[in-house]
Ligand binder design. Sequence first.
Ligand SMILES: [Zn+2]
Length: 206
Amino acid sequence: MIIPARIPVLIQRFFKERIWKIETNQRELFLTFDDGPHPRITSAVLDILKKHDAKATFFCIGDRVKRFPEIYKRILDEGHAVGNHTMHHINGWKSGLDEYCNDVEQAAKYIKSNMFRPPYGRMNRKQFDYVASKGMKTVMWTVLSGDYDYRLSPEKVYERVIRDMQQGNIYLFHDSEKAEVNMVFVLEKFIEYAKRHDYSFSSIKF
Ligand SMILES: [Zn+2]
């Protein structure tokens, strides 16, 4: 099944402590990139962002930050925000509480942030409460690009992200190998489309 680009409003209301959209009175959008850093792919993303003077938020995997500290440093040096995406990209629905908390805590040693995004968007109530007790906000997304889904063509991914653009929207992309072809095709076109409609791109800050 291809996951729809939009999370149903009922689900957003049910999980209302999670962030689904940023409240803002500016004409701004929020790009987010999960699962990096990746030396080649994150660099390509950073080049595109720099060219368009766009800021973004990178939800990084702790183990990858440990392996690729230079590219992680570049993210920070260029003024983007980072968030915790666990140490080993574990699935909350398949992990016990202790295992989950340890993985989040390990990642926090490498990623200094008050933002967290659960891998696969999956975490249970106790895991959520743990993350909140550590002072981190759980940031979800408004629009899922689907860039990682090989059944979606680049054109289809582009259609998903440009539809119903609204200020405060959080867009989920991936700086990962699985998503590379679609993401690289779509990202710059998406930014250009948004800029033509007078939007700018900011990183998420709490
Ligand atoms: Zn992920």
